[in-house]
Design a protein around this ligand. Structure first.
Ligand SMILES: CC(C)(COP(=O)(O)OP(=O)(O)OC[C@H]1O[C@@H](n2cnc3c(N)ncnc32)[C@H](O)[C@@H]1OP(=O)(O)O)[C@@H](O)C(=O)NCCC(=O)NCCS
Length: 184
């Protein structure tokens, strides 16, 4: 299994549509958009999966095919902080893809972008995401009550963070192909 991270491309439209069809639980993650067709997926990639000063996104690829996503958003240079997020297509879960991708992006954020603190949050009923955060070296910092609303339900969220000065986890990082990524 050859795992890499590289920027999303509109050529990933079929792969994104397939991942969404494969993973009903991604709907909330992707803003409840209907992305099951390549046309809709392409539009989503153009609108949301690019790069700018505040956001860097990567496809998690297995043998070149996009099967997941890891991103840094809300990149803030006053305090050198950012927010991390990730997902993996349902049929590809349980093989360490998210943990390794998150650890790789964290190393990139600290070593190349010069960020100091990365944060993320998961609903407290999402133990897999909690495992990913911990495996990638993000310590739990506390519960924010009813922070997120999906449909008519609100969810408590556990915040995790990793600092540049924290020890790196013992995880094998994956190659990160940086073309098109703005480096400070
Ligand atoms: C969370 C998610 C990204 C994990 O992706 P993944 O590639 O399977 O993650 P990994 O294989 O690196 O690690 C998953 C860990 O969760 C554990 N896990 C999976 N399901 C679990 C469950 N129901 N309860 C407890 N642990 C669980 C696995 O055992 C593994 O832990 P381990 O390494 O200690 O064995 C994936 O499930 C997903 O995309 N979910 C929907 C979107 C989402 O929740 N994104 C995160 C939002 S904060």
């Amino acid at each position: 299994m050859n795992v890499t991270l590289s920027p999303w491309s509109t050529d990933d439209d079929e792969a994104l549509a397939a991942a969404v069809r494969d993973s009903p639980d991604l709907a909330v993650q992707l803003g409840d958009e209907a992305l099951g067709t390549p046309e809709a997926a392409r539009s989503y990639i153009e609108r949301y999966l690019g790069h700018d000063e505040g956001t860097i996104t990567f496809a998690i690829r297995v043998d070149g095919t996009a099967v997941g996503h890891v991103a840094l958003s809300h990149i803030e240079r006053r305090h050198d902080t950012a927010w991390a997020s990730y997902w993996v297509s349902a049929s590809r879960r349980g093989h360490g893809l998210a943990s390794r991708a998150l650890a790789t992006v964290a190393a990139y954020a600290f070593e190349t972008l010069g960020l100091f603190r990365l944060e993320l949050g998961h609903r407290v009923n999402n133990p897999a995401s909690c495992r990913v955060a911990s495996a990638a070296g993000f310590s739990a910092e506390g519960i924010q009550r009813a922070k997120l609303r999906y449909g008519s339900n609100r969810y408590h969220v556990e915040t995790h963070a990793r600092l540049a000065s924290d020890p790196a986890p013992a995880l094998a990082l994956v190659p990160l192909l940086r073309e098109a990524v703005p480096v400070r």
